[in-house]
Each structure stands twice: as structure tokens, then as C-alpha cells.
Design a protein around this ligand. Structure first.
Ligand code: ATP
Ligand code: MG
Length: 875
């Protein structure tokens, strides 16, 4: 029996033998595509080639791509674990042809690989072809059907509708018919009863799609019409885990050697067996699956967080924790302990797992712990809500409450329902759905963008000249309109541009497009599928004119100082803290640089100082920029350049070198490090478990930062008469202050004694109660002290009532202290104070025997004290 690893290799070997270049998997977390957070198919990394913005050579490629289907168009999350063939993260085996072979080649190779190389039984294979669509004016894909007939009998060819057999990249863009290959893995008896043909695309767990061959031949325009695509593309995707299951003769992806080792460890950890009870099995599958998704995301640089992609990852992890908590009795963090077995099964093919093991473990462990705390808070809240619901005579929890649990505490509806059911209750599902719908609409509203078609002025591609020039002549190649929340902008593609488009953390350039007297501001430059897009708010009068494209050089140079300084900082951090330091995120703008890196404790002040000193040395050494624009990646690595996890690199890379700092980087940099002037670290903090963040400024901003520190110091010095040793003087002043405070408090104590004697002497007895009243200027603490003394000195059954109206600077306060015997009679200091506090425009309260309230209106003191006495029937 072939192992998973052998199967992966055999795919690559087969397509290599057919002239395909075998490429590495692109990162699973996407950076340069505003329409997509995660890679969800093998073709994602070829979008720029398919859209024509990037060179298609070599025209045949193949790979095994890490995919994640948990958001957007492909979201399989809720199925995962419940069925046995959908995963969140899975590997997609794919082969591509960019304007090389088309339908016939793709069909022949797929068939040859499955049947002649892997020896799947042709009797178990069914294929689908696009049946055509009147509305699209497209006929059946007879071409594909014809090629299939070379391999399969006609009763193994099934027509499929637009939904299953017409693939589209998005609302607009490349699209075309597709052919899927389905596998029937039922028993001979079942096959004899019902033909597999009847079960294709009918959600039967044993008759499943394994491979999809997409034939891109059209382009969908914004008005919905189709035009011919300029280059035909073959894009295929086969689920690796499903193929392994077929070849290992299993009926569930989880029974293969991809998942079994992980499930065995989970089973040992919780002491429950796999395959005995449905709930337990589902939970184990969920955990085994989600472990992979989360670990690979972290390895690719996407940590769990509160927003966007990070939030998706957080939710996946929470789903796993929750299944473990509910069905496997894991009440403490456990998923992080599964990393070693994951590395055992997948570490060979994906070395990023082993390389970042500690980081992944720590991040998962911390997330688990924090979610377990949330879970308990949520369970307590749910218990309280159930109690309230029962008390109101109902057995139905409101949908709003269920939604709050879902939205704030990460409780999926099914968990809430489960707990409710255990208590003989249910949730109002309709109400829940209404809330959910409302939230979805809010999200849709916030994100709605209307994108117009590209309007082409001239054919061509952008030449980026910004490494060498700040301005150049340029013509507009194409533009389109973008509308978001009633704001209209235009995106413009130029034939030649000095504008750096946002990438690798460095923000995009701003500047101008100039034609004679007309100066159009370029407010930002972004990158979409590798296409540099200049954003303007108004179209030039003559769109076909010859423009001067000019960037805001001052801002650009500030960004460059920060970017080059980031490289020096990275190198220095590795020197001072160790080689475990790796870039986890970077942001470079004209104002500031932010650098996130793996490190497991706080960077100490001494370490920060050392890093700053090292960077300064490198700045003073004035290293000249050594730049290699088109170096083969292997050569760059030999030079000592470090590739970052989660970055996608081509065969040729750009290397940026200053002294010993060597990085693979596409950003723009200063000609020599001296221009940075200086670097100042302004903060060091934690972003997540095992990841620290440093913020720093350079050049003019560093100078301003130093000025600010100097000014503060100057001001302090002046306050202390410019004494030579400021710190000592301040320390002395603090000590003196403490000494004075002590003296003042002793003085107050004495005064309190005197005051107490005076007040007791003035005390009156009303209704058998000894009434002591203070009104006047004093510190609240002193009067509190006094109140406790009076109470402490009273006889055991004596009834003492102390009330104070205190003016303390700009504030005022009320205080009531009564003896226990009065409390027993029903008096309540807390209530008295609370009611009277309105008269001093304040609020407060306390316990039955002692209470205070603070307020703003000292003029109300008399009235407040009177009100208290009246309420206590002591007037
Ligand atoms: P299905 O109908 O089974 O959800 P799909 O139509 O979504 O599949 P495609 O988008 O065509 O699948 O993806 C290509 C291949 O990737 C599929 O043939 C299948 O083998 C595999 N695949 C798709 N989704 C998943 C998933 N969630 N987990 C594992 N493999 C998958
Ligand atoms: Mg699907």
C-alpha cells in the first residue's frame, strides 16, 4: 500500500515527467489579494498569470498546495468533522497549462495518472461535463465529452449544470466549463443495487469528487457577458487526502495515514476510543483537522487575533477546543500537545512546522487557555440566563441571548442548544437567525465595493522604475472606477511608474500625475495580484495624455530610511537575542517602523540599548546599498539571505545587502546607511504569545524624539533650579514629601482627637440615640478615622448615630456610621447616604453600618445632613 508521502511524490514525479515544472506550495495565508484571505485552491498563486499581468513561462507547472476553505465562497467549516471528506486545511494536487495543452492534454494525463500509474479501477470512476446553458448561450462541452470517450464508456459520462460544471474566478474575470472525476468506493453489493452514476454529486459520502479539471476559455465582464480569453488555461485540483483514502482502500479520509497517527494520540490523551460513538468520533476528527489548519496558519505568519484572517483562525481553534471540552472532557489546554505528532506526519513535506515548533505550540497553548476562560464565563452566563428564563415560566431561551453567547463568547448555536437540552430547554432559533442575518447585513454593508470593468487605453504592462527614479514620463494603460460607501475613486495602471505599490510591509507611494497645468494627486499605490494600481480621486481631463508621474520624494525617503533601518534592526536583534529571532511582521511608513519577531520574553532595557548601539554602528559605518535585482534564489541563499516563512518567492529574487545584513526584499532602500542618521526604539511590547513588537523612528523623527526627551529633562531641571544631580534631588524631594505626609497625618490624628472630644461633648440624645454631628472642612480620611474611633469607643448596647457633611477642597462628602444595635433596629446607613447624596449632586452608598457618598455641591451639605436626620427620625 502506498503511503501518503509516496502518493504526493508520485503525483509530482508523474507531472514532472510530462514537462511540468514542480513548484513549492505558496503560503496558505494570502497577502496581496484584497478579495481573498487564504489560499483556497491551487490556482490562487497563478492569478496574476491568468489575468495577464505576469509572465506565463514556464507554461506547465504542478504542485501540492496547502489550501484553507473556511471563509468566503468556499467555506466547508461546518461540515468538517461531521462528514469524512471535507477538511478546513487540505492539500490540493494540481497541474497547470498556461496557453500550452488544453482539454485533451489535461484529460489524457489525468486519466493516465489515475488508471495506469495508480491503478484505480476505471469501473469506479465517473466524469462530468458541462451540459451547456441557454441563458449564457453556451452549448454542451462536447469537446471535453469527446476526449473522455477515448477512456470511459458513455454511461460513465454525466452532464452537469452551471453550478457544478462551470467555474468562475469571481463575479468578473476568467471562467470556463470544468470536468470533475468522481470515485465510487461503495461495496460491490451496494454498487449492484444502485449504479454509481445515480449518486454522482448527490452528497453520498462514498461517491465523491476527487479531481476537478477546469478549462478556462472565457472572460466574464462586469455587465455579465462573456468574451474569449486571450490565453486558454488548464487549472486542475485534486484533493490529496481523498486520493490517499482511495488508494489505501479506506472509506473515510480520517482512516488514512494522514490522520490516524494524530487521532491515536488524541484517543490516548482522553482515554476514549475512536470508532465507538459518533459524538466522540466527530470531536476527534474536528480536532485532528483543525490542528493542521491552525498550525499551518501560524507557520505562515497568521496568528490568531481579533480581526480578519486572524479572527478566522481564532474561530477554528475555538471550535476544536469546544468539541474537545464538550465531548472528550478536555478541561485544560491540550491541542498544543499534538504538535509533535503533526510534525511526524507532515514535517517532511512542510519543514516550516518543525522550524517554528516552539512558536506554534506557545501560541496555541495561550489561545486555548484564554478561550477556556471565556468558555467558563459563557457557561456561567448561560446558566444565569437559563435560570432567569425558567423563573419567568418559559423553557425557551431568547434568540438574542443565544446570539450574544455566539458572538461574544464564541458559543456556536449547537453548543448552546446542547446545554439547553441537558436542562430540558431549547433556544428560539428564529430569533437567533434574525440576529445573525442582521449582523451579516451590517458586515456586507461595511464591505460593499462596486468595481467597474477595466477600460483599456493601451495594451501593455507596467515597468517599475522606482528603484532608480522618483519621476518619469508615463501613459495610462487602463483604469477603472471603484465605488465604496458613495465614495468614488479610480484605479489607474501606468506603462511606466516610479510609484512603489504597497508590499512587504512598506506602504505605497503617494505623489502626482502631471500634465501641463493639471496636477492629479495619487493618494496611494496598492498592489492587486501583482498589478501596481495608482489610486486617484479624479480622472485627468485627457486620459490619453503624456504625463509626468512623480512621487512625493520626501515621504519616500523617510520610508526608505525606516525600511533600511528595519533590516539593520533585524540583524542586530539576532545578534543580541539569538538566531531564534525571526521576522513575523513588518510595517514601514514615512513616520515609523514596526517590527514583529519571535522571541519568548520581554526584551530588557539593556538588550534594547545594545540593539540600538549595534544599529548606530551600522549607520555610522555608512554601508553602501548592494542590490542584486535578479538573483537565482539558490545563489541568494548561498550569500546568506534568509527566506521568511509565509512569503512567496519566485525563482529570481532581489537581494538587499548592507554590510552583513542580507535580505530578500522587494522594498525601496536608501543608497547608504548613513542617511538613516539615527534610530531610536520608542517601544517594546508583546503582540501574542512568543511574538514581540518593536516600534522605532529614524532620521528627522528620531531627532525629534531626542528633542522631546531633552526638553522634558530641561523642564525638570529648571523646576529644580538646574541642580547638577537631578535624580538625587528628585529622590530627596520624594523622601521629603513622604516625611511631610507622615507629619501631616500625625498632626491630623491629634486634631481628630481634639475634634472627637469636642463633638462628643456636643453630642445630644434623641429618642434614646446618641447623635453626633460634624459639618465643616476636613479630609474625608480623617473623618472616616474619627467615625471608626467613635464607634469603637461606644458601649456594647449603646445606640450611637454619627453623621458628617464634609467639605474637602473642591469636593464634598457625606458619611454615616451607626452602631450595630441601630442596624438591628432596621436603620441602614447605606440607604440613608444614597438617598441624601442627590442633594450634594453625587452618589455613593455602602453597608448598613457605614456608608459614604462623594459629591460636587458643597452648598447642599446642610440640607443633606438634615435629610439624613429626618429619615432616621432624629430631628
Ligand atoms: P466538493 O463538492 O466535494 O465540496 P468542490 O467542488 O468544492 O468539492 P473543487 O473546488 O473543485 O471542489 O476543488 C478541487 C478538489 O479539491 C475536489 O475535487 C476535492 O477533491 C478537493 N476538495 C475540495 N474541497 C475540499 C475540502 N474541504 N477538503 C478536502 N478536499 C477538498
Ligand atoms: Mg466544496
Amino acid at each position: 500500500m502506498l503511503t501518503a508521502k509516496e502518493i504526493r511524490e508520485s503525483f509530482k514525479a508523474y507531472f514532472a515527467s510530462k514537462g511540468h515544472q514542480i513548484v513549492p506550495s505558496a503560503p496558505m495565508v494570502l497577502k496581496g489579494d484584497p478579495t481573498l484571505m487564504f489560499t483556497n485552491a491551487g490556482m490562487n498563486q497563478w492569478k496574476d498569470i491568468i489575468l495577464g499581468t505576469c509572465e506565463p513561462e514556464p507554461r506547465r507547472r504542478a504542485d501540492s498546495q496547502k489550501c484553507l476553505r473556511v471563509s468566503g465562497k468556499h467555506n466547508d467549516l461546518e461540515e468538517v468533522g461531521h462528514d469524512t471528506y471535507h477538511h478546513t486545511m487540505f492539500e490540493m494536487l494540481g497541474n497547470w497549462s498556461f496557453g500550452d495543452y488544453f482539454k485533451e492534454g489535461a484529460i489524457d494525463m489525468a486519466w493516465e495518472y489515475l488508471v495506469n500509474v495508480l491503478h484505480l479501477d476505471p469501473a469506479d470512476l465517473y466524469v462530468t461535463v458541462f451540459e451547456g446553458s441557454a441563458e449564457e448561450k453556451l452549448e454542451r462541452d462536447n469537446e471535453a465529452a469527446g476526449y473522455w470517450l477515448k477512456h470511459v464508456p458513455s454511461d460513465h459520462i454525466i452532464n452537469g449544470n452551471k453550478h457544478d460544471n462551470f467555474w468562475e474566478m469571481g463575479d468578473t474575470g476568467p471562467c470556463g466549463p470544468c470536468s470533475e472525476i468522481h470515485l465510487d468506493s461503495r461495496s460491490p453489493e451496494e454498487k449492484a443495487k444502485v449504479s454509481g452514476r445515480e449518486l454522482v454529486n448527490k452528497d453520498d459520502p462514498q461517491v465523491i469528487e476527487i479531481w476537478n479539471l477546469v478549462f478556462m476559455q472565457y472572460n466574464r465582464k462586469a455587465d455579465g457577458s462573456l468574451e474569449k480569453l486571450s490565453m486558454n488555461v488548464i487549472d486542475t485540483g485534486m484533493g490529496f487526502e481523498r486520493l490517499v483514502r482511495a488508494l489505501q482502500g479506506k472509506h473515510s479520509n480520517y482512516d488514512t495515514d494522514v490522520f490516524q497517527p494524530i487521532i491515536r494520540v488524541i484517543s490516548n490523551m482522553c482515554g476514549k476510543e475512536y470508532g465507538k460513538e459518533e459524538n466522540v468520533d466527530v470531536a476527534m476528527r474536528v480536532i485532528a483537522d483543525h490542528l493542521r489548519a491552525v498550525a499551518f496558519s501560524i507557520a505562515d505568519g497568521q496568528l490568531p487575533s481579533n480581526a480578519k484572517a486572524g479572527y478566522v483562525i481564532r474561530r477554528i481553534l475555538r471550535r476544536a477546543v469546544r468539541y474537545g471540552y464538550t465531548f472528550l472532557d478536555f478541561k485544560e489546554a491540550f491541542i498544543y500537545k499534538l504538535l509533535p505528532v503533526l510534525i511526524e506526519t507532515m514535517g517532511d513535506a512542510y519543514p516550516e512546522l518543525e522550524a517554528q515548533k516552539t512558536l506554534i505550540e506557545r501560541v496555541i497553548q495561550e489561545e486555548e487557555n484564554s478561550f477556556l476562560r471565556t468558555l467558563e464565563t459563557g457557561i456561567r452566563l448561560l446558566e444565569k440566563k437559563m435560570e432567569e428564563t425558567k423563573n419567568s415560566g418559559s423553557k425557551t431561551l431568547s434568540g438574542v441571548d443565544a446570539f450574544i453567547l455566539y458572538d461574544t463568547y464564541g458559543f456556536p448555536l449547537d453548543l448552546t442548544e446542547l446545554i439547553l437540552r441537558e436542562n430540558g430547554m431549547e433556544a428560539n432559533i428564529e430569533e437567533f437567525n434574525v440576529e445573525m442575518q442582521k449582523q451579516k447585513e451590517r458586515a456586507r454593508h461595511a464591505a460593499a465595493v462596486e468595481t467597474g470593468d477595466w477600460i483599456t487605453i493601451k495594451e501593455g504592462e507596467t515597468e517599475f522604475v522606482g528603484y532608480d527614479f522618483f519621476e518619469c514620463d508615463a501613459e495610462i494603460l487602463r483604469y477603472r472606477q471603484i465605488k465604496q460607501k458613495n465614495k468614488t475613486q479610480y484605479q489607474v495602471v501606468l506603462d511606466k511608474s516610479p510609484f512603489y505599490a504597497e508590499m512587504g510591509g512598506q506602504v505605497g507611494d503617494s505623489g502626482w500625475l502631471i500634465n501641463g497645468n493639471e496636477k492629479i494627486a495619487v493618494i496611494d499605490t496598492k498592489r492587486e495580484n501583482n498589478l501596481p494600481i495608482h489610486i486617484i480621486e479624479k480622472l485627468p481631463q485627457d486620459i490619453t495624455a503624456d504625463f509626468t508621474a512623480k512621487i512625493d520624494a520626501k515621504k519616500r525617503i523617510q520610508s526608505e530610511c525606516n525600511h533600511s533601518a528595519t533590516h539593520l534592526l533585524h540583524e542586530s536583534l539576532r545578534k543580541v537575542l539569538g538566531s531564534h529571532v525571526e521576522q513575523k511582521g513588518s510595517y514601514v511608513s514615512p513616520d515609523v517602523l514596526r517590527f514583529d519577531f519571535s522571541h519568548f520574553q520581554k526584551v530588557t532595557d539593556e538588550e534594547i540599548r545594545k540593539v540600538e548601539q549595534l544599529v548606530s554602528e551600522k549607520i555610522r559605518a555608512d554601508y553602501k546599498l548592494e542590490e542584486h535585482r535578479n538573483m537565482p534564489i539558490d545563489e541568494a541563499k548561498k550569500l546568506g539571505a534568509m527566506a521568511l516563512f509565509g512569503e512567496k518567492y519566485g525563482d529570481k529574487v532581489r537581494v538587499v545587502k548592507y554590510g552583513n545584513s542580507i535580505e530578500l526584499c522587494g522594498g525601496t532602500h536608501i543608497p547608504s546607511t548613513g542617511m538613516i542618521g539615527s534610530l531610536r526604539i520608542i517601544s517594546e511590547s508583546s503582540v501574542a504569545a512568543g511574538v514581540r513588537r518593536i516600534e522605532a523612528v529614524t532620521a528627522e523623527k528620531a531627532e525629534n524624539y531626542t528633542f522631546m526627551l531633552q526638553d522634558t529633562l530641561k523642564e525638570l531641571r529648571a523646576l529644580f533650579n538646574n541642580v547638577p544631580n537631578l535624580a538625587q534631588t528628585i529622590r530627596k524631594s520624594i523622601e521629603e514629601n513622604a516625611e511631610l505626609k507622615k507629619q501631616v497625618s500625625e498632626y491630623i490624628k491629634e486634631k481628630v482627637q481634639t475634634l472627637k472630644k469636642e463633638l462628643i461633648a456636643k453630642a445630644v440624645v434623641r429618642n434614646g440615640v446618641k447623635l453626633i454631628v460634624f459639618k465643616g472642612e476636613a479630609s474625608v480620611d480623617a473623618i472616616k478615622d474619627l467615625a471608626f474611633q467613635i464607634k469603637g469607643e461606644a458601649q456594647s448596647e449603646e445606640k450611637v448615630f454619627f453623621v458628617a457633611g464634609i467639605k474637602d477642597g473642591a469636593k464634598c462628602a457625606l458619611m454615616v456610621s451607626i452602631s450595630d444595635s441601630l442596624v438591628k433596629e432596621g436603620l441602614n446607613a447605606g440607604k440613608l447616604v444614597k438617598d441624601a447624596s442627590k442633594l450634594i449632586q453625587g452618589g455613593g452608598g455602602g453597608q448598613p453600618h457605614f456608608a459614604t457618598a462623594g459629591g460636587k455641591n458643597a452648598d447642599g451639605i446642610d440640607a443633606a445632613v438634615d435629610a439624613i436626620l429626618k429619615a432616621a427620625e432624629l430631628v
